[in-house]
Design a protein around this ligand. Structure first.
Ligand code: ADP
Ligand code: MG
Length: 340
């Protein structure tokens, strides 16, 4: 299928407890599109396998029901196509294409935020397909309830059917994924190196792959076999998150505020409502985690708060992260966005 990556198949997707619910839902949908879990929405942080699963559905349906019309599109491309259709006065063609899909797979719907006209168009597309029992699957980087900038009626459409989440992989799943990728690459890597990578690269599968890719490339290009020493030396950036000096607290505040749909002023304000206090704690935690500012300096940037308030906020977030893998993922995505 022209818009799907061949490698994104269920066979290549390692199932662990972190993704079993989502993976099994995706496989059930691929077997009987349009009949059961419709729509389905898969959410989770960056690099956890949303695109892989979504395209696996497409590849599987394409294989089993070759004549169905499968459309895979990112929300961003859908939006761009829609804008272009308006510009070229070809809306009817656009509508015709999407409203006649048998299986519509839309990746990264969080991109819809603050795009009212595209939301409107998707709303009508949704209704047309829903009424004719055509399968829709969406992915999103957070639960739909946390998409602040989409209309309620569209949110309620996404919340229909089945919403499943992807969590960061456990040690065992990371190990299984690495083993599979090493086998596929046909390289020799000592067991201790594999353990090192699994222990240290905990964020998501994309980082795990990136670490492995770098190691394999190094061994190939300098023509050495992979040892534990080489692993440590080549992957030191993956193993410790280096403190970046150029990140300001203002940048962190902007990113966190935007993510949670509050304003920077509110983050700095004295307000204690949960919707503001929580993002504020997250911002403080990230500031302490990825910059070298002291708790006193961080406090000053948050409306002149005391350093003990900052310490308390960091403790609260750390505590919550222990039992809330979703928050771990959120903070990870935020850190990535900030570093970029
Ligand atoms: P997302 O869309 O959630 O950001 P991707 O689907 O792009 O994540 O996944 C990132 C990379 O990790 C891809 O190369 C994908 O194939 C791989 N990947 C993710 N989850 C798994 C898994 N459970 N088993 C094997 N590979 C995975
Ligand atoms: Mg993706």
């Amino acid at each position: 299928h022209p818009s799907l990556k061949r490698e994104y198949t269920f066979d290549n997707f390692i199932i662990g407890e972190n993704n079993a619910f989502a993976a099994n839902a995706a496989m059930a949908i691929a077997k009987n599109p349009g009949t059961g879990y419709n729509p389905c929405l898969v959410y989770g942080g960056v690099g956890l396998g949303k695109t892989h699963l979504l395209q696996s559905i497409g590849n599987s349906v394409y294989q089993d029901f070759g004549d169905s019309k499968i459309i895979y599109v990112t929300m961003e491309n859908f939006t761009n196509e829609f804008i272009q259709a308006i510009r070229e006065k070809k809306q009817h063609m656009f509508k015709n294409k999407y409203r006649h899909a048998d299986v519509l797979l839309i990746d990264d719907i969080h991109f819809l935020q603050k795009k009212p006209e595209t939301q409107e168009e998707l709303f009508h597309t949704f209704n047309a397909l829903y009424d004719s029992n055509k399968q829709m699957v969406f992915t999103c980087d957070r639960p739909v309830s946390e998409l602040k900038e989409i209309t309620d009626r569209l949110r309620s459409r996404f919340e229909r059917g089945l919403n499943v989440d992807l969590q960061p992989p456990s040690y065992e799943t990371r190990y299984a994924i690495l083993k599979k990728k090493i086998e596929a690459a046909g390289v020799q890597i000592p067991e201790e190196s594999i353990n090192l990578i699994c222990e240290n690269v905990t964020t998501n599968v994309r980082d795990l792959e990136a670490a492995l890719t770098k190691l394999i490339a190094y061994a190939e290009l300098v023509n050495k076999s992979i040892t534990v020493e080489i692993t440590k030396q080549q992957l030191k950036d993956f193993f410790s998150s280096p403190i970046q000096k150029n990140i300001t607290i203002a940048v962190i505040q902007r990113n966190v505020a935007e993510y949670f749909g509050v304003s920077v002023q509110e983050l700095k304000s004295k307000r204690k409502t949960k919707t503001i206090a929580f993002p504020r704690q997250v911002a403080m935690y990230i500031a302490r985690d990825i910059t070298e500012y002291s708790t006193t300096e961080v406090g000053l940037e948050f409306g002149g708060r005391d350093h003990t308030t900052v310490m308390h906020a960091c403790d609260r977030i750390k505590e919550r992260m222990k039992s809330d893998p979703y928050l771990v993922g959120q903070i990870d995505s935020l850190k990535k966005a900030i570093r970029e």
